[in-house]
Design a protein around this ligand. Structure first.
Ligand code: ZN
Length: 141
């Protein structure tokens, strides 16, 4: 497996109070393009994707008070929430991590934004960084 060749920073997740307000900086002031906005019901969030080079900024807004993003913001305030790493084969990546005793939040892939399959690694296993693994549906390079 040569997964590391396709690995890259897929996106950086930023927890925001309101996407509309955050766009005043990221789109209007900084000048990034807003590619799309989508609700991910399964995670009770709305996300906005803004491409930057080969990666993207993902603005994440809670859609209800029970959303993990609402809890994150209540506890730590808005800001960087996670770093997403693209992998070619998510199941294989999870199997390798499990084999090495890495604590996972998601043992199995689940649906993410944009038709991707995603899984989160527990921050206690990564030195405090919430890491999301993403396998893109389109497998584009
Ligand atoms: Zn993400």
């Amino acid at each position: 497996m040569h997964d590391e060749q396709s690995m890259r920073i897929e996106h950086i997740g930023v927890a925001v109070d309101r996407i509309e307000d955050a766009l005043a900086f990221w789109r209007d002031a900084l000048g990034l393009e807003l590619a799309h906005v989508e609700e991910v019901a399964e995670q009770r969030v709305r996300v906005a994707m803004l491409p930057v080079g080969e990666t993207r900024i993902e603005l994440i807004e809670a859609t209800d008070a029970e959303s993990p993003i609402a809890k994150f913001i209540a506890k730590r305030g808005a800001g960087i929430h996670h770093i997403a790493v693209r992998v070619g084969d998510l199941r294989a990546a999870l199997a390798r991590l499990k084999e090495r005793g890495v604590r996972l939040i998601d043992e199995e892939p689940r649906p993410g934004a944009d038709g991707c399959a995603i899984a989160f690694i527990h921050p206690s296993a990564t030195g405090g960084v919430l890491v999301e693994l993403v396998e893109r549906a389109d497998r584009e390079r």
